[in-house]
Each structure stands twice: as structure tokens, then as C-alpha cells.
Design a protein. Structure first.
Length: 145
């Protein structure tokens, strides 16, 4: 595999790009549709898409390797994802994508705080400054100033 495809930075930037598309496409898609129904449709597409990737890539056997502990945390993560998506689609149905998405990205700030406090991860002073700037930027964009 190429070094680019082995880079976490590549995949993180790709995720950011797809997340940006998600916000724009979802804002158009949720128009005239109940937000919970829109979330359901998107979730069904993701389930089929992810399942196809697992099957086509030959990883279906990996399902047997999921431990009880991993399964419990993945279920909790799935519930948190579902709650996040329901809230996100509701916010998109009520507000501008350009304001909703930055507030949603406050998850970056929360991940930094939770990663440090619960997982013992460490960030440099410069990284914490970046986290603070993300929070300030999200607040400014959302406020419309």
C-alpha cells in the first residue's frame, strides 16, 4: 500500500472533506423531509455501504474476532453516533449548514478534553492553543459576527 494510504493524516483530511459534503448534501436532502426520516435513510445507506465494503474486502471473517468488550463499546459508539446524527439533522433542518457544521465540529474540542482526561492522551501547549482556537472559531461562525 502506498505511504499516502497508510497516513492517518490523509484519512483524517478525507474524513473532513466527506463530512463537509455530508453537511451540504444533508441540508439539501432534509428540505421538506422530517429530520428523523432523513437520518434513517442516511443510516440505511451507510449500513449497506459499510456491509458491502466488509464483504468485498474479505473482512467478514473479522466479525468473529470482535470480543464482548469491543462489542459493548462499539454498540455504545453506535448509539452515540445515532444520537449525534439525529441532533445534527434536526439542527440542519432548523438552521444554516454554514452555522450548524462549525458547532458540530466542537466535537473536536470535546474529543481533545475527553481524550486527555479519560484516555490519558497528551497534547502540547501549541495543540491546546489550537483546540481553543477551534472553539473560538466555531463560536464566531455560529454567532454570525
Amino acid at each position: 500500500m502506498s505511504p499516502l494510504l497508510e497516513s492517518w493524516r490523509f484519512w483524517a483530511l478525507a474524513a473532513a472533506g466527506f463530512a463537509a459534503l455530508t453537511a451540504i448534501l444533508a441540508k439539501v436532502g432534509v428540505a421538506g423531509v422530517p429530520s428523523d426520516v432523513a437520518t434513517f435513510v442516511r443510516t440505511a445507506v451507510i449500513l449497506v455501504f459499510a456491509g458491502a465494503i466488509v464483504v468485498v474486502s474479505g473482512q467478514a471473517g473479522g466479525l468473529a474476532q470482535v470480543t464482548g468488550r469491543s462489542l459493548a463499546f462499539l454498540i455504545l459508539s453506535g448509539l452515540a453516533t445515532g444520537a449525534s446524527w439525529l441532533c445534527y439533522f434536526r439542527a440542519l433542518s432548523l438552521g444554516d449548514a454554514a452555522r450548524v457544521a462549525p458547532l458540530d465540529k466542537l466535537s473536536v474540542v470535546l474529543v481533545a478534553i475527553l481524550g486527555a482526561t479519560l484516555l490519558g492522551e497528551t497534547l502540547s501547549l501549541a495543540a491546546w492553543a489550537g483546540v481553543a482556537l477551534i472553539a473560538a472559531g466555531a463560536a464566531l461562525v455560529a454567532s454570525g459576527l
